[in-house]
Design a protein around this ligand. Structure first.
Ligand code: ATP
Ligand code: MG
Length: 329
């Protein structure tokens, strides 16, 4: 059985992009893969944070993931398992500055003010490589924005293997969904939907109420043309393309089928149908999340148990990596 690893930062409540790009696939993969799912709280320190907010969001994210169908035994938080930090340091010393300089996420998140960002933000992809390889995971379900980081993880694994004269680390395969791998902001069709976007209106979260969802979809940016009947007609219309792609992914239909139904009409009826579809799918997740959040002790116990399992898998792997680099034990 192939091992799957994936993570989500507890930097906010998971949103529709996280759901379609990652979480929904995590839930499906559980049936026939050995899965490890992680709340990557160490990555959450790469941007400015507030300790109490981080605690609250880690619990909130745990509740959302469980509500979305993640099995409790497979979930834990990264900082509770030391393998991540230990292998992460080794990879900091294997990875090359030239490789990190090419990472577009760093450029996007740091913006113009690079000098003022944490060193953690810069070496984040090395820790991400360690997250995956500490479990010898070979399949990583992620959104399209993580493609470059997975390639880097493979470069690191290869260089480690080459330098240490071993074939210890396996090759990782990114598992990127065919539809909605990059859900865009509802306010700007050229920016990806993100937890860190300051505008609440830019994303639909997994705890939004039916009214929130309806309002955000009604206010979502569009253009003034009617919807086209064919996919080619979405060219150059980023916002329209995004909403149609969301509908198609949520309904498990092709973009063509959606356009055949709504093409030629204005956005009004389409937006109503889209909001209904989102409410129908996400309202039960939101309700279960709220229920789970009423019992913090239970959530903490779930994470503790998950961490124990994660430790038992990663500890022998990281100890072997430590032996290979020459550390004494
Ligand atoms: P942040 O803004 O804090 O980086 P994020 O919204 O990018 O948050 P992450 O926790 O970094 O979310 O990513 C978790 C998973 O969700 C990753 O697999 C990532 O590829 C996926 N993902 C994130 N945003 C999107 C999106 N807009 N569309 C599809 N998948 C996404
Ligand atoms: Mg991100």
């Amino acid at each position: 059985m192939k091992r799957v690893f994936s993570g989500i930062q507890p930097t906010g409540i998971p949103h529709l992009g996280n759901y379609l790009g990652a979480i929904r696939n995590w839930a499906t993969l559980q049936a026939d893969h050995d899965c490890v799912f992680c709340l990557v709280d160490m990555h959450s320190l790469t941007m400015p944070w507030e300790p109490e907010t981080l605690r609250r969001q880690t619990l909130g994210s745990a509740a959302c993931l469980l509500a979305a169908g993640i099995e409790p035994t497979r979930l834990y938080n990264q900082s509770a398992v030391s393998a991540h930090a230990r292998l992460g340091w080794i990879f900091n010393c294997v990875s090359r500055l030239g490789w990190l300089n090419r990472m577009t996420q760093f450029k996007d998140k740091a913006g113009k003010n690079r000098e003022n960002h944490s060193a953690g933000l810069y070496v984040y992809p090395n820790l991400m490589a360690a997250d995956i390889l500490a479990f010898h995971a070979t399949r990583v379900p992620v959104g399209d924005d993580q493609r470059q980081h997975i390639e880097l993880a493979n470069d690191i694994a290869q260089k480690f293997n080459h330098d240490m004269g071993t074939d210890f680390f396996p090759t990782i395969e990114a598992f990127i969904p065919p539809a909605a791998a990059r859900v865009m902001s509802l306010r700007d069709g050229t920016k990806k939907m993100s937890k860190s976007d300051p505008s609440e209106q830019s994303r639909i979260t997994l705890t939004d109420t039916a009214d929130d969802i309806a309002l955000k979809i009604r206010r979502a940016k569009t253009d003034s043309e009617p919807l086209p009947s064919e996919e080619a007609g979405l060219e150059g219309r980023a916002e329209a393309r995004n909403l149609v792609a969301i509908y198609a992914a949520m309904a498990n239909e092709s973009v063509e089928a959606v356009l055949q139904r709504f093409g030629g009409e204005g956005f009004g009826p389409f937006k109503t149908a889209l909001a209904d579809l989102l409410v129908e799918s996400l309202a039960p997740v939101a309700e279960e999340t709220r229920r789970l959040l009423e019992n913090e002790d239970h959530l903490l116990a779930v994470l503790r148990q998950g961490a124990e399992r994660a430790r038992s898998i990663s500890e022998p792997i990281v100890q072997e990596a430590e032996r290979l680099v020459g550390f004494l034990r």
